[in-house]
Every structure is written in C-alpha cells, then in structure tokens.
Design a protein around this ligand. Sequence first.
Ligand code: FES
Length: 173
Amino acid sequence: MKKLPILENECRRQFCKEALMVSGLLLGGSTLSTLVSGCETDVSKVSTEPTGEIFTIDVQNDAEISKLVDGQGVKRTLTQNGKSLNNGTPVIIVRVNENQYKVYTSLCTHESNPILPPNPLDESRPDGGVNIWCTYHGSFFDPANGSRVEGPAQNPLREFTTQFVKPILTING
Ligand code: FES
C-alpha cells in the first residue's frame, strides 16, 4: 500500500479532527472511539522509506552549523536540485562531535508537533538543553540516536542515514 507523505498525512489528521468534532455530536461513545483509533497515526511509520535523493552540506562554510558545539543542533529545511529532504519538513542536524553529525526529522512521534534541537548552551531548558525537546507535552529524545528519553512519545525519531567526510555532510533522503 502506498504510504502517505507527512504533509498529506497532516491534512488527513486535520480532516479527522474536524470530522470527529461534528460526528461526536451525533454518535455514541463506542462508534466514536472506533473512528478515533482509525485516525491516529504513528508518525515514526510514515515516510520512512529512503527516496534515494542525496543532500549535501559543507559544514565548515555553513554559517550556523560551523558554529555548533558538541551536542548542539539546528533545525533546517533542505532543498537541493528541486528536491526537498523529509518532504519539505525541516530536519534537526546535531553535531555529536567534530567527526560525526546526526540528522532527524523535526516532528515528534507523539502527535507530530514540531520539536526543538538540543542546545546545551541554553540553561533555561528543563533538561539543560542536552536533549531534543518537544515542548507540546514534554517528550525528550536522545540527540545521539533519536531514542525516546522520557515523555508521552513512545517511538524514536526518524533518523536519516549520513556520511561525513570533512567538510561535507551527505544525507541520504
Ligand atoms: S506532540 Fe510531542 S510530546 Fe506530544
């Protein structure tokens, strides 16, 4: 079965929410719960097939990425040669150390809300900024591997395969 891209899926989710608001006035609880379960989506299972598209970043000459410290990340929308990484949804690029970068989708696996890159320089964050953070319901993800640290999200972030040969970071879409 063809998988829905994330943006289409977002539209489907919005449609479901609006339809349920109307139908909730007309239907009983069991019927409504059946409809709800049909509309829920595990975003970790959406659009995870590699597209074969290749994206590259010269990290030394990138104004933001070249300034990252270890454990810090940026959010970036990547479009090259008319193709968009992650269906146009921004990705989070994390500098693990000078020899390694990680790239994840920027959508939480709980309810698809946008998440923040780690920033260990931001002392105001509840975890000291060491994790990728979804502010909507407080899920945290490990920037080293995308796994859930805590919060209502259960699944890890979608991670993109990368190669880093200084100074070029190659991302397999
Ligand atoms: S959408 Fe991220 S924790 Fe709920």
